[in-house]
Design a binder for this molecule. Structure first.
Ligand code: NAD
Length: 505
């Protein structure tokens, strides 16, 4: 492996509103610089037209030692930086991301296929808010307090964080790890998904421009099974924070468990939308379908199981099909587009396979699953399925595509049982004409987040996000997200506390 230092994030037209960051090709970022790697690298493909848009490094395990050394040095430095300065750095990173927001949104759309309006909202504005809200939480966090026994309870940075992220909302998923890790005083080694590396490298350039010191954020692209595995087995980190599929999460949890290293796992879902008999069916169904099909359904907390009173299941399926058929599917760079392509042909094949399987098992595909209209691009029309058995594959496995299945239930208790009848527990929706009834039902559902009557995500992204059961371990966002990256130390008989004489420091 040959590495050559190359220019990092140099602006093409500095000082203008259209400043563009330049991300060098086949490069990795550590020790505060980009290094170009030898070899052909890996092509990044735009899923809307199947064209190669860039080549990135396919780093081999040989790079692991250098990157771990960089991250260790970054940790030694960053963990000593006062909390207020760390919070300021997050605010600076937020401002830098905002300044380059247009370019970032376009890159996200080019590599994921998300409609550009949604990329602006979810891949720029949301992570900017996560950075700022994390900065605020950091300023008020109980870093050093006393307990009832008079001991000091000191929260300290946990160390080097290995962050492994998926492709579906790449910027947001990276920032929900990087923001609290940096707030806590940790350094980060980021291994992004192989099909969406450009947003990750862009974030490296943003960190550099925002003045995050060398070694604090390190970004290396490569295959999960090769490079990700090499980092995982390296022993060079203190926390692993993973977002991705259940099988890989299970493996990462096992390795971390064996090494007694802390692991945060954000895994899959098969989330229910439980529509109680007194809900406005049309609003509940239409809103659920739109929520489910965000990002062409490639969303871990998509409400993919719509549960309605049995006597209204056909009506619900018809409403859902009408909404599904109303999507403007096409070029995700077009402002009018409401659904882009799927991220890859492999992901689209998974959807087709699920639909074929469901039909063979006796379910009815009311609409969707058509990919024949497009010569190029990984497009497919969104699908509504009904009459599926409760234990069939489409009812229990995560599809990760634009597919919603309608189920009928017999009485409220059966509806709640069905909502909970899953190995996952990431999120859920409850719909009712009576908010108190909805709130009581929300408390009966075994999931990390329950949304009542389709309430929009709060402007302040601080509510914890994470799963019960096989949806994962730990939480992201807000104070709970910060907790994942701190160690807790009790100092008994701390003279500083006695000197403080009853005052919190
Ligand atoms: P994936 O598990 O295939 O890959 C995720 C990441 O793990 C990638 O960076 C990949 O390169 C890496 N990886 C793969 N094998 C590895 C190994 N042996 N060692 C170390 N790293 C390895 O998942 P994906 O296909 O990128 O994403 C889709 C999945 O992610 C879905 O199941 C979805 O539900 C889940 N997801 C969960 C959340 C959440 O917050 N709960 C959010 C988004 C996506």
């Amino acid at each position: 492996m040959v590495v050559r230092a190359c220019s990092a994030g140099a602006p093409m037209s500095a000082g203008t509103a259209t400043t563009q960051l330049v991300i060098p090709e086949r490069a990795v970022f550590y020790g505060g610089r980009f290094y170009e790697l030898d070899g052909p690298g890996t092509a990044v493909v735009n899923p809307a037209n199947e064209r190669e848009i860039a080549r990135v490094a396919d780093a081999s395990p040989e790079i692991v030692d250098a990157v771990v050394t960089s991250a260790r040095a970054g940790f030694e430095l960053w963990s000593r930086v006062p909390v207020a300065e760390r919070a300021e750095a997050l605010d600076r990173l937020a401002a830098t991301m905002e300044r380059h927001g247009d370019q970032l949104a376009r890159i996200a759309t080019s590599e994921v296929g998300t409609p550009i309006r949604d990329s602006r909202a979810g891949q720029v504005n949301l992570p900017v808010r996560v950075l700022r809200s994390t900065a605020d939480i950091t300023r008020d966090y109980p870093w050093d307090v006393r307990d009832a026994a008079g001991s000091s309870i000191v929260r300290e940075p946990a160390g080097v964080v290995l962050a492994i992220t998926p492709w579906n909302f790449p910027v947001h998923q990276i920032i929900t790890k990087v923001a609290p890790a940096l707030a806590a005083g940790c350094s980060v080694i980021l291994k992004p998904a192989e099909i969406t590396p450009l947003t990750a490298l862009f974030i490296a350039a943003l960190c550099d421009e925002a003045g995050i010191p060398p070694g604090v954020v390190n970004v290396v692209t490569g295959r999960g099974s090769v490079l990700g595995e090499a980092f995982l087995q390296s022993g060079g980190y203190d926390v692993v924070s993973f977002t991705g599929s259940l099988p890989v999460g299970r493996h990462i949890g096992a390795v971390a468990g064996n090494d007694i290293v802390r692991a945060t796992l954000e895994l899959g879902g098969k989330s229910p939308a439980l529509v109680l008999p007194d809900a406005d069916l049309k609003t509940a169904v239409a809103t659920t379908v739109r929520n489910c099909f965000v990002n062409a359904g490639q969303k871990c907390n998509a409400p993919t199981r719509l549960l309605v009173p049995r006597e209204r299941a056909d009506e619900a399926a018809d409403i859902a099909a009408a909404v599904a058929d109303s999507y403007e599917i096409g070029d995700p760079m077009d402002e009018k587009t409401t659904m882009g392509p799927m991220v890859s042909n492999a992901q689209r094949d998974i959807v087709t396979d699920f639909l074929t399987d469901a039909a063979a098992a006796g379910a009815r595909v009311v609409t969707g699953g058509d990919r024949s209209r497009w010569d190029r691009g990984y497009f497919i029309t969104p699908a509504i399925v009904t009459d599926a058995e409760r234990d069939s594959r489409i009812a229990v496995e995560e599809v990760f595509g634009p597919v919603l299945t309608v189920f009928g239930y017999d009485g409220e208790a059966d509806g709640i049982r069905l909502a909970n009848d899953t190995q996952f527990g990431l999120s859920a929706e409850v719909w009712s004409g009576d908010p108190a009834r909805a709130a009581a039902t929300a408390r009966l559902i075994r999931a990390g987040q329950v949304r009542i009557n389709g309430v929009r995500t709060p402007h302040l992204p601080v509510s914890p996000f994470g799963g019960y059961k096989r949806s994962g371990l730990g939480r992201e966002l807000g104070e709970f997200g910060l907790d994942e990256f701190v160690e807790v130390k009790a100092v008994l008989g701390d003279p500083v506390v006695e000197a403080a004489n009853g005052q919190d420091r």
